[in-house]
Design a protein around this ligand. Structure first.
Ligand code: ATP
Length: 376
């Protein structure tokens, strides 16, 4: 039976790197004898500019017919920032309840070293970021007056919650933001982090929060406490770090990390720091995962209008997103072969795009990775 995969090349360099990503997934599927049936969709800036729509209910229903979504990048200087991010990316994330943002933090030999004396074996861990709660639920205002009433309603798969706020202040210019964490929301992401550690043979899960200052992280800690106990029998240890200390260790001692479980906002920041210590945007991939639903895999970079159309974008992030997708589809051997081919090509350093100091084209890198895979 073929895996139905939604293909969303998007805008700018998205289309260019996606061509390589698809090529690589196709070649491993042939090698490992499974079939991928691609359904391509034109969601992104072009369609928005032509038809004025982002993702409609019908689009989302259509996407539901697929097993996974292979996404590239959306964005265009002609579209106001936020419209496509909210209307396409966040729409998918919430509709499919992709509550896990999985980010491998992996440094590849051959990429310019950012941290002195830290090699590929020192920087190789997973950040598991919660993707739906925390300060990113959209409850806040930057124009609360001396006396005002604000109402917010949050509808999630796990729960709905209403806030009716009476605001009284002796000043006019008050701004506020409210974060939400639910016990269930914390439990499911923390459990995924421990299951990932088990699956990847890692023996440590680190919880990151700021429970000493922000009270609501107590519920995160409680969930982490409870769940970590279940995994002692599997030889998985656990620890807590405050986010500030975690940030310092990303730079000074990344080798201490195996799997990190991180609430949404701190996860947003730390995962980009993670990409930074690995040499930047070009080689990083991410998964927006619902283990029981439809997950979406993408490179972490955007549409990069400054280099779009030149054929020089680095396709490695897109290609590694394809590997993550196959891993989630339980085709781990195929996924590992892609990672191995990427490692080899980057280490050899003969075929690299300009962001990594080479002069190869996007397509050359894709072809070289395909060639390696065929040789394996
Ligand atoms: P968007 O608005 O879609 O997020 P952006 O240009 O603001 O696009 P990114 O695309 O994430 O943001 O990247 C910022 C810069 O990094 C780009 O302008 C580009 O120069 C560089 N860059 C990003 N991705 C790649 C890539 N895959 N290969 C080479 N350079 C890249």
């Amino acid at each position: 039976m073929a895996f139905k995969i939604a293909l969303i090349p998007g805008d700018g360099i998205g289309k260019e790197v996606m061509a390589e990503g698809k090529k690589v997934v196709d070649v491993v599927s042939e090698k490992f004898n499974f079939e991928i049936s691609w359904n391509e969709y034109d969601f992104g800036a072009e369609r928005y500019l032509k038809e004025g729509k982002t993702l409609t209910e019908d689009d989302l229903k259509e996407l539901s017919k697929n097993k996974s979504i292979y996404f590239s990048a959306i964005g265009d200087p002609r579209v106001k920032p936020g419209i496509l991010e909210k209307g396409v990316l966040l729409a998918m994330r919430f509709y499919f309840d992709e509550y896990i943002n999985l980010r491998p933090i992996k440094f590849f030999e051959g990429v310019r070293e950012v941290l002195a004396n830290k090699t590929a074996k020192d920087i190789n861990f997973y950040a598991v970021r919660e993707n739906t709660e925390d300060f990113y639920v959209g409850i806040g205002s930057n124009e609360a007056k001396k006396r005002s009433k604000d109402e917010f309603e949050i509808l999630r798969t796990l729960y709905s919650v209403k806030f009716n706020l009476d605001i009284e202040s002796d000043r006019d210019e008050i701004a506020y933001q409210i974060g939400i964490l639910s016990k269930k929301g914390c439990e499911r992401i923390i459990r995924y982090a421990f299951e990932l550690a088990k699956r990847k043979n890692y023996d440590l899960v680190t919880s990151v929060d700021k429970a000493n200052v922000l009270n609501f992280y107590a519920v995160w800690r409680k969930a982490f406490d409870e769940i970590s106990k279940e995994y002692i029998k599997d030889g998985i240890k656990s620890e807590y770090l405050y986010v500030d200390a975690a940030a310092m260790f990303f730079v000074l001692k990344p080798e201490r990390f195996k799997v990190l479980a991180i609430p949404n906002m701190f996860g947003d920041i730390l995962t980009d720091l993670g990409a930074g210590i690995c040499g930047g945007l070009g080689t990083a991939a991410s998964g927006n995962i619902n283990p029981n639903g439809i997950s979406m895999f993408e490179p972490i970079h955007g549409s990069a209008p400054d280099i779009a159309g030149k054929g020089i974008a680095n396709p490695v992030g897109q290609i590694l997103a394809g590997a993550m997708m196959l891993d989630e589809l339980k085709k781990s051997d195929a996924a590992n072969m892609i990672i191995k081919a990427v490692e080899d090509v980057l280490r050899e350093g003969k075929v690299r795009t300009p962001d990594l100091g080479g002069n190869a084209k996007t397509m050359d890198v894709g072809n070289e990775i395909v060639r390696k895979i065929k040789e394996m």
